[in-house]
Design a protein around this ligand. Sequence first.
Ligand code: ZN
Ligand code: ZN
Length: 351
Amino acid sequence: MKQAVLTGIRRMAIIERGKPQLKNDSDVLIRLSCVGVCGSDIHYFVDGRIGSQVVQFPFAVGHECSGVIEEVGRAVTRVKPGDLVAVDPSIHCGVCDQCLSGRPHTCRNNRFLGCPGQIEGCLSDYIVMPEFCCYALDASFSPVKAALIEPLTIGIYSVEQAQMSPEGKTIGIFGAGPIGLSVLLTLRTTNSGPVYCIEPLGYRREKALELGATLAIDPNQEDVEQSVLQVEPWLLDLVFECSGQQDAVDNALKILKPGGRLVLVGIPPEARYVFDMDLMRRKEISVQNVRRQNHCVEKAIRLIRGGLPVEKMVTHHFSLAESERAFNLVADYRDEVIKAVIDLQVINTGA
Ligand SMILES: [Zn+2]
Ligand SMILES: [Zn+2]
């Protein structure tokens, strides 16, 4: 089978290797249909690392995927050959303190697709996964929609982690990439108050407005605090930081009202942020981190089945052979890219 591997900084190669084999009775063999290119994959592509997680080349990344079940182990009951499945990329152990306390996403022995030092990603023709990671989908799902379930779970979980009902709340989102837009899409299924998106790229601001943002603010042209004050004199209840940028954190503290809550979703390029503690303390702002997602796959499936237009985030399609081009395009924010996907079942789709 073919596999796309990172071979160096901003370099990828397509290699030929054996088809993976089922190891356990609860394993399934999946023929991949579609893989989304995620911002975290791009960190590995551009920097060779995220914080302490360092890539040893060659290594396959990719974790947002859908595929068709081709073979199942003897004990498998949830899925059968021929099923289109969404794949939860997180394999938890089920027995550690985190798993036992309902936090499989912070499992001590977690193995996450395409995470260095854990397991290789899904940028290949086939992968083997335990059946509990697979969710069979009905015919209303295309392979592309199915691959968008994973990023949407992050949006859903971020809204849950806010631990504040969004109903009637004034909300800000920094960054209108796939994760910021997933938060926005999730909020549009609630009775939240106005949602303000802060995003420097014009085409992404337009997308945010198309997907239901109340107002889109350009942080490079406007004073974010002043722009928010004009429409919300008491400032905002809740802010989701989905860009990983220090500037966004600085502005977030300015546009939150006293008692407001900052949810950190984006991955900063460096491991540290600086917080204006004077402002944070006087406003008594609370901060919540988000680690991927927990128990949100079925919720994402329900929302997409109900018509949530996640596919509007997809701007580009590539073949596996074009992976390096796809990654460079996303890394450079070229050609108005938002979500690029790799289609495994086609020979060559072009950009
Ligand atoms: Zn991702
Ligand atoms: Zn565990």
